[in-house]
Write a protein that binds this ligand. Structure first.
Ligand SMILES: Cc1cc2nc3c(=O)[nH]c(=O)nc-3n(C[C@H](O)[C@H](O)[C@H](O)COP(=O)(O)OP(=O)(O)OC[C@H]3O[C@@H](n4cnc5c(N)ncnc54)[C@H](O)[C@@H]3O)c2cc1C
Ligand code: FES
Length: 277
């Protein structure tokens, strides 16, 4: 059993949990993920490790409630236990020799992008962060992002934070005055697609972190297959990071919608107890 040692709501649908999982904490690196089951009948759900403490043996995840399992997870409190935590899975992000990096996060993707920014900033690289959210109330991790970069630009779709726009607007503006060796983009597939179209035009190498449906997370089921450079790759063992200019985003968008109807039914069947005594 894996104890939740800390639980915090970052906004109405995003939660930060710390979990005691010493074997994962011992080895995990930025870019890697874990798979957990809430209870023994639960489905396996992947989450990026957003932070870790090798001494205390804890790992941190930041997750959004999007369906039945994440809702069930969000009802857990510090002191509760999870049935399984497996990891670290996937490959750590490889930054090459990049010195000037623009890290782009969209919504919850900021939680996945933050460990990358943190690692690069701690290594003395020049990091700028561009973050995009639907509205001001959904902005998360602003303080942590600010502490781990040189310039932070936060955009909202509706302009409610006083800065209306898309992350691609921010990248176009920053790239006009600064040179970047690398862009790291993590967020909704559609956002990553449009960032990559822009960085192709600007000739900026770009890493994206892909989030296809995963089941075993060890390369056996084929559920997470994506096409990269015309070749089938498994995001769980070959990724989750890939060269964004080689990814077939349209196929990924189609595949991620495969279970939409089934997921809607399960979510509707879930009795949400958030906010109840
Ligand atoms: C490598 C990786 C890292 C991820 N990291 C994070 C993270 O740090 N924080 C976070 O909030 N989410 C993360 N996700 C997405 C997270 O796994 C899904 O939101 C979660 O599985 C949804 O489960 P659900 O039952 O609540 O929702 P459902 O109603 O079952 O599904 C809602 C949506 O979540 C996605 N999803 C569902 N099941 C899976 C699955 N087994 N694998 C991948 N995606 C799925 C699909 O896009 C689906 O449409 C990550 C996914 C991957 C592949
Ligand atoms: S999740 Fe099964 S092969 Fe990747």
């Amino acid at each position: 059993m894996f104890e939740i040692t800390y639980a915090e709501a970052l906004n109405e649908s995003v939660f930060r949990f710390r979990i005691r999982a010493p074997r994962v904490a011992k080895k995990v690196l930025p870019g890697q993920f874990l798979i957990l089951r809430v209870d023994e009948r639960g489905e396996r759900v992947p989450f990026t490790v957003s932070d870790y403490d090798r001494k205390s043996g804890e790992v941190e995840i930041i997750f959004q409630t999007v369906g039945a399992t994440t809702m069930k997870l969000s009802e857990k409190r510090a002191g509760d236990v999870l049935c399984d935590v497996v990891g670290p899975l996937g490959n750590a992000t490889e930054y090459g020799n990049a010195e000037r990096i623009c890290v782009i996060g969209g919504g919850l993707g900021c939680a996945i992008a933050l460990p990358q920014a943190k690692a690069l900033h701690r290594a003395g690289k020049q990091v700028d962060i561009i973050a995009g959210f639907r509205c001001r109330d959904l902005i998360i991790l602003e303080k942590e992002m600010r502490e781990n970069c040189r310039d932070l630009l936060i955009y909202t779709d509706d302009g409610s934070n006083g800065n209306k726009g898309l992350v691609t607007d921010g990248l176009r503006a920053l790239a006009a005055e600064k040179h970047y060796d690398l862009v790291i983009a993590i967020g909704p597939v559609i956002m990553m697609k449009f960032v990559c179209l822009l960085t192709k035009e600007l000739e900026l190498p770009t890493i994206v972190s892909l989030n296809p449906i995963m089941i075993d997370g060890t390369g056996m089921c084929g559920g997470c297959r994506v096409t990269v450079g015309g070749v089938t790759r498994f995001a769980c063992v070959d990724g989750p990071d890939f060269d964004g200019h080689q990814v077939d985003f349209d196929e990924l968008l189609r595949r991620n919608r495969t279970y939409t109807e089934f997921e809607k039914e399960r979510t509707a069947a879930h009795q949400c107890r958030i906010g109840l005594e």
